[in-house]
Design a protein around this ligand. Structure first.
Ligand code: ADP
Ligand code: MG
Length: 227
């Protein structure tokens, strides 16, 4: 319980920080980004192209970090509407395919017929994209990523399975702790956002991991089914 309390505190802290700092950082970033784009067009490309591209990439990365902080800061209510989870997955699959292609990963969808659920479309989309991203980042040498849904024993399950490196026990035990990352350029905010979104949908997250890869399973309880 103590660990959980610390997590919640850290999450709130991250949120408060985000609210005060993120906007202020975003404005100068946008300015620099704009001038760099102009320079990239006008400069002696052979001489500067690589450096300009690198600078733009770094700025985009900073932008991603700020966006993740802002997501944590967002204190808006969930907007639950009737959705077919499979339809939401199909809708973002082109995005996922494009992301996966950069990692030499093939995406396989295994979607079973499901009851309608009460879901916040934006949040579920974010949840899936974060899990997919982690799966891809765990497979630097490529492989297959499976996104599946199932409906069994009055429970809807969404799962994302990779063939990646798996994770050691100390990481597994602490998943969802803000800023926990094993990556050089990680934020450690992807999973905390996933856990928050799951909680807001009364869903639970389970993780299976080993040297064959990792599977994240999101269990939606009956209370979120729409009759
Ligand atoms: P980030 O991706 O920025 O590191 P996350 O909160 O998304 O932050 O994930 C936290 C950590 O959990 C990762 O750094 C990684 O060590 C571990 N992790 C999450 N998903 C996976 C996965 N599919 N396979 C292996 N490790 C994972
Ligand atoms: Mg991540």
């Amino acid at each position: 319980l103590e660990r959980l309390a610390t997590r919640v505190d850290k999450l709130n802290m991250a949120g408060a920080m985000a609210a005060s700092v993120a906007h202020e950082i975003r404005n100068p970033l946008t300015t620099v980004c704009g001038y760099l784009q102009i320079m990239a067009r006008e400069a002696d490309l052979h001489k500067y192209e690589k450096r300009l591209v690198l600078m733009l990439e770094e700025l985009n990365r900073a932008n991603t970090i700020i966006s993740e902080y802002l997501l944590l800061a967002k204190d808006k209510r969930v907007e639950l509407k009737n959705h077919c989870l499979n339809t939401l997955i199909n809708k973002i699959s082109p995005l996922i395919e494009a992301d996966a292609a950069n990692f030499n990963v093939a995406v396989s969808l295994r979607l079973q017929e499901l009851p309608t659920l009460a879901l916040d479309e934006n949040e579920i989309r974010q949840l899936i994209l974060n899990l997919v991203r982690n799966g891809l980042e765990a497979m630097p040498r490529g492989g297959i990523l499976v996104i599946g849904t199932s409906f069994e024993k009055k429970e809807v399950v969404l799962w994302v399975q990779d063939q990646g490196t798996g994770m050691p026990d100390d990481i597994l035990q602490n998943l969802g702790t803000p800023f926990l990352t094993t990556k050089d350029t990680g934020t450690g905010l992807g999973l905390p956002i996933c856990y928050r979104i799951a909680t807001r949908h009364h869903a639970t997250i389970n993780v299976k991991t080993g040297n064959q890869g990792t599977t994240f399973l999101i269990h939606f309880s009956q209370s979120h089914f729409v009759a």
